[in-house]
Ligand binder design. Sequence first.
Ligand code: 8Y4
Length: 280
Amino acid sequence: MTDEDFHVTHWAGLSLQQPHVMGILNVTPDSFSDGGKFDQIDTALAQAQRMVAQGASIIDVGGESTRPGAAEVSIDDEIQRVIPVVKALSAEGVLVSIDTRKPAVMQAAAVAGAGIINDVTGLTGDPASLATALDLDLPVCVMHMQGEPQTMQANPSYEDAPAEVFEFLAGQAEALMRGGMIADKICLDPGIGFGKNLNHNLQILARLDELVDAGWPVLLGASRKSFISKLTGADVDQRLGGSLAAVMAGYGAGVSLFRVHDVAETVQALQVAAAISEAL
Ligand code: 8Y4
């Protein structure tokens, strides 16, 4: 197989002939109003079911905030929050990705039926992360982040942001493959907003085709992120237009997977974009 024809056609059982939407499901305490535990699980499950009905192929379940200043979550607390949700959704046949930096949470989520590991540290957050991902042998989304969540936005610095981000991602993909993971379990994500200023984010979005051309499936998470506000001044709940523009830029570059809050609107935008492409 030559470099030119290295292209993964399926990832986590999904055909990459068409784009897919990953719906965001936060199960952090601040994402719920007060209420009992069962109430919270029910609310989360209902929201996930709604996103699936709207066309999400994956539900990304996260129990730890990566916002600068957010409190650290213990392993036990994170497991207690996310595992009931992972278990219930997986039992209903929903493809779940577990958004975590902690090997113990990856492990517990895999046992509970999660089909994908989504790690914002690109498996560098804990010394055991890479080995755990290899051991579990689940499809994995490797994301780039410069620095640590607490301080990553203080002074992000690159010579050439897209080149450095894509190089890191290719290196992690190679490390996984050296460890025995097959290429079609690996998805790469440039990590919009994770240790990047506005200019870095825009350069990465403008050059996504270079990452796509490396051959691995690419996931893009730009939904409602603060770069949209830096360009437009829009509040967090008023960023749908900017979020869709980023999805369309990614789609044009060949990105396969989109992590979003607004599933119905994103699916509709992608359906129209796909129809336009097919009219050629
Ligand atoms: C408003 C809305 C403000 C969202 C900030 C945010 C990604 C991710 C996150 C991503 C992958 C977030 C877990 C940050 N972003 N996983 N996770 N890719 N793979 N912030 O871009 O959504 S959390």
